[in-house]
Design a protein. Structure first.
Length: 126
């Protein structure tokens, strides 16, 4: 009888852990974020992003050294991928930010420009 009770308790605990992991809430990063971007070529910028999150879909805006652009992306668990298209010297380019949501107010990650430099960034929510 004790073994059955112990098995039921262990099964219930395992089920609770599995359900908790599969239904973990995605952190909502909606709001204004200030970024600090350092590029491999020595460039630096402090753009501002305003995000609106709807489940795993991310939209918003970028305002920084490259101008002002609409942003689109995705959120899955604590990973975010977002970016925008722009024109530089007549050439179509894209900036792609890939990051980890460390908390509701902090993210870190990498940036890659099509046809250009790569870099790292940190961001803090206002």
């Amino acid at each position: 009888m004790k073994n059955r009770l112990l098995m039921v308790v262990v099964f219930a605990l395992v089920a609770a852990v599995v359900v908790g992991k599969t239904t973990a809430a995605v952190v909502d990063i909606s709001g204004t974020w200030v970024f600090s971007v350092d590029l491999e070529d020595g460039g630096h910028g402090d753009p501002t992003f305003v995000f609106k999150q709807d489940k795993e879909t991310l939209t918003g805006s970028y305002d920084g050294p490259l101008g002002q652009f609409k942003v689109e992306g995705t959120i899955k668990e604590n990973k975010a991928v977002f970016g925008f298209a722009f024109t530089n010297e007549g050439e179509a380019r894209k900036a792609t930010y890939t990051g980890t949501i460390e908390s509701a107010t902090r993210m870190t990650g990498t940036i890659e420009f099509s046809g250009g430099p790569k870099g790292k960034w940190t961001a803090t929510k206002k």
